[in-house]
Ligand binder design. Structure first.
Ligand code: ADP
Length: 489
């Protein structure tokens, strides 16, 4: 019998085969249980849900659907582990976190493939961005574990207790790392809930955590949908809530937490302006616009989903952008040549398509690249809207897809006022030849992160978070430690 065709080969000879059981490279179990108290346990109510491959609509596995009973078990396990874990010598805590990082590094190829299978993102992104960056967060925060008093000189630092963490589907492994690594470094224990469409790499992370010998209950992972998330954030014995997701769910959570003593960070939506001045290196700026909105299918809270381009170069930039869009390949996430993978779920595709209709009804001119897309699976061609105005919904609302709204401006002040005129304040980008303009603009845009002559660059040492409806608090870097500590005088 002919060997299965290997669709994906890495430069070091490692290969993914679509017949996983015959290769041992990739192992996706038929069913995943909950990770509670260091063990993989069945959900109390015996319910499971399907996780599918959005590029083929085929089932990849069945995953436990945690009820409030399971969440309670997980919180109890985390509480039990909290005493010994928080009292452990900080350097020893650091060693465990390093061990998790090393296992992630060893299994990075496998994690990247599973991330792309479950979430639809191009393998180039999961291999070169998501998994290495997720691992880097564990390495980074492992280093802080025994240096907390240096991070906050003159203050007494104490962990908060049990952290309840709910994450979205756009960067599953990376968001799990953003949440778990700083929590552990500061001596907290964790109950994490991954998103319902992308639970698999979290379960792979649970395997890595178990293999690292982390004491039982220090990290617990409960899979399920919104109800499970709500059970985590409202559990009375959870001391700290960390949520990344939509602004609408963020509001529900903020209301639920009002009047409780829980500390929280919320990382919500965005509608970033990518601002291109006439003096910018135009070809570079066009690449930055493409990265800004088409990276990860536009499923990025800090995506550059609005382009503000100075009037004198607008025609040139839009034409170059259209030409570049024609070269983008939409399709099989496991193909190394793919630029834009599958939309994460049928429901997200519906949302995006509704916005495409709204944008046109509002009078916008829609342009999509002419590329072919596969018959099965969820796909959206790269799309831009011109002739839009500030009040249009495609300018004001987060679409979370490969859809860019383009406006022009004449003066610096007009760019600032348009950039700031949405309910969000998560990120922004500026393209110019002039350093002084960069500094002036970064002071003028109300956004947590502003990139200059680049876009969508991340680093564990850099804080991330929003203003206005984009959220509360910062994650990453030193600021990310503060979110998991009681700082006493
Ligand atoms: P999106 O709308 O982009 O799917 P959501 O904000 O709905 O993003 O989802 C982000 C995460 O929040 C997911 O893990 C989801 O299951 C969870 N979630 C949804 N509703 C709630 C809720 N009411 N309370 C807590 N978590 C929730």
């Amino acid at each position: 019998m002919a060997a299965p065709e290997n669709k994906l080969a890495f430069d070091d000879g490692w290969q993914y085969s679509p017949a996983p059981e015959s290769t041992g490279h990739i192992k996706i179990d038929k069913r995943y249980e909950l990770f509670i108290g260091g063990k993989f346990v069945a959900p109390e109510k015996g319910k499971y849900f399907d996780t599918i491959n959005p590029a083929t609509e085929e089932r990849l596995s069945r995953v436990a659907d945690a009820s409030a009973l399971d969440v309670d078990k997980a919180v109890k396990a985390a509480r039990k582990a909290y005493g010994p874990w928080s009292r452990l010598k900080a350097a020893e805590r650091g060693k465990y976190i390093y061990r998790i990082a090393r296992i992630m590094q060893e299994r990075s190829r496998e994690f990247a493939v599973i991330e792309s299978l479950d979430g639809g993102k191009p393998i180039r992104e999961s291999r070169d961005v998501d998994i290495p960056l997720a691992t880097a967060h564990f390495f980074y925060y492992a280093g802080w574990a025994d240096k907390l008093e240096y991070a906050f000189p003159g203050r007494k630092v104490k962990p908060l207790g049990v952290a309840g963490q709910v994450i979205p589907w756009n960067f599953p492994m990376l968001m799990a790392s953003w949440k778990i690594a700083p929590a552990l470094a500061c001596g907290n224990t964790v109950v994490l809930k991954p998103a319902e469409t992308t639970p698999l790499t979290a379960m792979k992370l649970a395997e890595a955590i178990a293999d690292a010998g982390l004491p039982p209950g220090v990290v617990n992972i409960v899979t399920g949908a919104g109800d499970t998330g709500a059970a985590v954030v409202t559990h009375p014995d959870v001391d700290k809530v960390a949520f990344t997701g939509s602004t609408s769910v963020g509001r529900v959570i903020q209301k639920a937490l009002a009047g409780t003593n829980k500390k929280y960070t919320l990382e919500l939506g965005g509608k970033a302006a990518n601002i291109v001045f006439a003096d910018a290196a135009i070809d570079q700026a066009v690449e930055g616009i493409v990265t800004g909105i088409f990276f990860n299918q536009g499923h990025v809270c800090c995506a550059g989903s609005r382009l503000l381009v100075q009037e004198s170069v607008a025609d040139e930039v839009v034409q170059k952008l259209k030409d570049r869009m024609e070269t983008l390949i939409v399709g099989d996430p496991l193909d190394k040549n793919t630029d834009i993978g599958a939309i994460n779920s049928a429901s997200q595709l519906k949302t995006i398509e509704a916005y495409l209709a709204v944008g046109q009804e509002e009078g916008g001119t829609m342009y999509q690249s002419s590329c072919a897309v596969p018959d099965k699976g969820y796909w959206c061609r790269p799309t831009i809207f011109t002739d839009v105005s500030q009040s249009n919904r495609v300018v004001q609302e987060e679409i979370f897809g490969p859809v860019l709204a383009i406006q022009t401006f004449r003066t610096f002040d007009e760019a600032v006022s348009k950039a700031n005129n949405t309910p969000y304040g998560l990120s922004g980008g500026i393209w110019t030849d002039k350093g002084a303009k960069i500094f002036k603009m970064t002071q003028s845009i109300r956004a947590g992160v502003v990139w200059a002559n680049t876009f969508n660059k991340f680093d564990p040492a850099s804080p991330f978070g929003g203003y206005k409806e984009s959220g509360v608090g910062r994650e990453g870097g030193l600021h990310g430690l503060g979110a998991y500590l009681k700082l006493e005088a």
